[in-house]
Design a protein around this ligand. Structure first.
Ligand code: NI
Length: 136
């Protein structure tokens, strides 16, 4: 049996999806309206799940307050109300899809969370569009 704990956070950000190596026609064909010149916004939900043994002294895997503090400081503060194409150094040169964000957030959070506990990161771009990164 595995016990998991999820912290959820919200952020709002703008982005434009494109591959700068492609011409307009190919970008439109692949990205559609997500390639619109001046971008568009999303209200994202980030879910960070840890897994592990429950400490008998605290009844917790991790203190959820501490988990939320790390997520807020290391991720949310760096992406909320930003343009993901221009304003976020750790996304520089990357196409800011939900998958790209989930991978980037994993790389940031993994070293901040006690060893091996980070289990899954989900980035919900909309309620119908979710990218997931999970420990193998
Ligand atoms: Ni979009």
């Amino acid at each position: 049996m595995k016990v998991m704990l999820t912290a959820r956070a919200r952020f709002s950000a703008a982005h434009r999806l494109l591959n700068p190596a492609w011409d307009d026609a190919r970008n439109v064909a692949v990205f559609g309206s997500c390639y619109n010149l001046h971008g568009h916004g999303h209200d994202y939900t980030l879910e960070v799940t840890v897994a592990g043994d429950v400490d008998p002294g605290t009844g917790m895997i991790l203190n959820v307050k501490e988990l939320k503090r790390v997520v807020d400081e290391k991720v949310i503060a760096r992406v909320d109300h930003k343009n993901l194409n221009f304003d976020v150094p750790f996304l520089e040169g990357q196409n800011p899809t939900a998958e790209t964000l989930a991978l980037a957030f994993w790389k940031i959070l993994e070293p901040e969370i006690p060893a091996g506990r980070l289990h899954e990161i989900r980035v919900l771009e909309t309620e119908n569009n979710v990218a997931t990164v999970r420990r193998d």
